[in-house]
Ligand binder design. Structure first.
Ligand code: ATP
Ligand code: MG
Length: 325
């Protein structure tokens, strides 16, 4: 049994014009201590997927399908149980560290509170452990710095503090949603390195969400590419990068190559992401796809195994193109 099993996940929102889906038919698994990167353009449903796993979707969201953690179904679970899981087994690091921290409480106290609440530590024990966690995430002089407030730290340091907080209770799964987007490039690299090494050291499974396929492939063993709320392709990172099977993955990779190859202006895939309130029929990518076939607009492609894999099936694609590779 995998640590996390997501099956046929669906997230929808009711509006005056009807219910619209922001995540559809999403299925994937993640093993203990394994890592999965989720990539896709803005609006593809990455954060909604993360929030669904955490049980943190807004109250008006409708969730269907199944999310199992260690075999326990999370969809429909009570707030009390989810709260306990969020302390013990599941943790999340968000994009904007400032909004995730309480500006009026010292950082030591904020980490300490988590430890007291979920680990039952005394205030003294929690204070000591907070310092250890701060040290572990690279905050110098943790004893003194734990008494400082969030605004007294740089953006990168604040993200380190959030990582310390997320790992405080030894979660089984950590979800990091664009954890470095708000930071400058040199700091980004260090924070990602820190995340990777801490997850490895502690045996924590990692789901990392980013627009940047290059970053994800360096950090995660597997990749999932999302578009229009659906999974387009999923497989071992190197395989997806070197032999992309879905035209959308290939298009995303070309934008990266243009960017890093010095094409100058920010490379984009021609066309617009789908309007989820009025999605195109068939494959959501077909209006922008350079290899579109007549039935792509009529039929949603099912997720099928990509051939050419030996014993364990691990590379999947949702595309009508039959590619013999
Ligand atoms: N509370 C909400 N009510 C209705 N629609 C929502 C809500 N939250 C998100 N959405 C919609 O769900 C879709 C998917 O959003 P999501 O935040 O998951 O995208 P994303 O892939 O994380 O994008 P980004 O890369 O910009 O963070 C978007 O079209 C968004 O407008
Ligand atoms: Mg997002």
């Amino acid at each position: 049994m995998s640590l996390l099993e997501v099956s046929q996940l669906k997230v929808s929102y009711p509006t005056r014009d009807g219910v619209f889906d922001v995540v559809r038919d999403l299925s994937f698994e993640l093993d203990e201590a394994d890592s999965l990167g989720i990539a896709g353009e803005s609006g593809s449903g990455k954060s909604q997927t993360a929030l669904a796993i955490m049980g943190l979707l807004p109250a008006n969201a409708q969730v269907g399908g199944s999310i199992r953690l260690d075999g326990q179904e999370l969809i429909g679970e009570s707030e009390r149980v989810l709260d306990r899981l969020r302390g013990k087994s599941l943790a999340m690091v968000f994009q904007d560290p400032m909004s995730a921290l309480n500006p009026y409480m010292t950082v030591g106290r904020q980490i300490g509170e988590v430890l007291e609440l979920h680990q039952g530590m005394s205030a003294n024990e929690a204070a000591k452990r907070s310092c250890e966690l701060l040290q572990m995430t690279g905050i110098d002089e943790p004893g003194r710095r734990s008494k400082a407030y969030p605004h007294q730290f740089s953006g990168g340091q604040r993200q380190r503090i959030l990582i310390a907080m997320a790992l405080a209770c030894g979660p089984r799964l950590l979800i990091a949603d664009e954890p470095t987007t708000a930071l400058d490039v040199t700091v980004q690299k260090k924070i990602l390195e820190l995340l990777r090494s801490l997850c490895k050291e502690t045996g924590t499974a990692l789901i990392l969400i980013s627009h940047d396929l290059a970053v994800l492939s360096g950090m995660c063993r597997n990749l999932m590419i999302m578009y229009g709320g659906r999974e387009m392709e999923r497989g071992p990172s190197q395989r997806v990068l070197l032999q992309p099977t879905h035209p959308y993955t290939a298009a995303l990779l070309r934008t990266l190559e243009d960017l890093h190859g010095g094409a100058g202006a920010l490379a984009v895939i021609p066309g617009e992401p789908p309007d989820l309130r009025n999605p195109p029929g068939g494959c959501p990518f077909h209006p922008r796809c350079s290899e579109v076939l007549p039935h792509c607009s009529k039929e949603i492609p099912r997720t099928r195994p990509v051939r050419r894999i030996g014993d364990k099936q691990s590379h999947w694609v949702a595309c009508h193109l039959e590619q013999e590779q």
